[in-house]
Design a protein around this ligand. Structure first.
Ligand SMILES: Nc1ncnc2c1ncn2[C@@H]1O[C@H](COP(=O)(O)OP(=O)(O)OP(=O)(O)O)[C@@H](O)[C@H]1O
Ligand SMILES: O=C(O)C1=C[C@@H](O)[C@@H](O)[C@H](O)C1
Ligand SMILES: [Mg+2]
Length: 169
């Protein structure tokens, strides 16, 4: 496949990858793939059940395997916030599409995310990890893998989707 025409969304949990992704797919006439739903269907378990059963490192292994196996074309692919812990998966996704980092501020992360424990976020340093530590640990990883960064702070979902569409067209 020379140019599969995919757009791969990465960013913090709550950045809007899933909600914005489907709007973006409509704007750009692409299909939509939510990697979290692929993980669930291929494991036949909810994300939270996988994290509870296998721990953060086990979940990352499952996520790596599922993301590394994605074969999509002309699609918007919304990843989970933890995708950037898997270098193999990110290199695969960069090979089949343009990786776009949806950047939100720490303040937006706090207001979007609510309860860390309830949302099933992968806390590599343990359940005592603070949101600030999570933000600081992940930000350099999103920056490392991003081909395009779009600041979506203080934008509605539709405004943010239009901004991503403009940045990738
Ligand atoms: N631009 C926005 N403005 C206001 N609320 C938003 C915006 N984008 C997303 N949200 C809200 O934030 C919450 C999380 O959004 P969403 O599930 O799309 O995040 P995500 O990036 O897919 O996170 P995850 O990494 O956990 O999959 C949802 O309740 C959604 O409605
Ligand atoms: O940011 C995270 O750690 C996660 C985000 C979700 O999308 C899921 O991929 C999973 O619950 C982990
Ligand atoms: Mg999502």
């Amino acid at each position: 496949m020379s140019n599969p025409g995919n757009i791969v969304l990465i960013g913090m949990p709550g950045a809007g990858k899933s909600t914005l992704g489907i709007v973006l797919a409509k704007i750009l006439n692409k299909s939509f793939v939510d990697a979290d739903l692929l993980i669930q269907s291929q494991s036949d378990k909810t994300l939270q059940k996988i994290i509870d059963a296998m721990g953060p490192e086990g979940f990352i292994e499952v996520e790596n395997a599922v993301l590394s196996g994605i074969e999509a074309e002309n699609s918007v692919i919304s990843t989970g916030g933890s995708a950037v812990y898997s270098d193999e998966a990110m290199r695969h996704l960069a090979g089949i599409g343009t990786v776009v980092y949806l950047r939100i501020s720490y303040e937006s992360l706090v207001s979007r995310l609510g309860d860390l424990q309830e949302r099933g976020v992968v806390l590599k340093s343990g359940v005592g990890m603070s949101l600030r530590e999570l933000y600081d640990e992940r930000r350099p990883l999103y920056e490392q893998y991003a081909q395009i960064t779009v600041d979506v702070d203080n934008l509605s979902i539709t405004e943010a989707a239009r901004k991503v569409a403009a940045a990738t067209s």
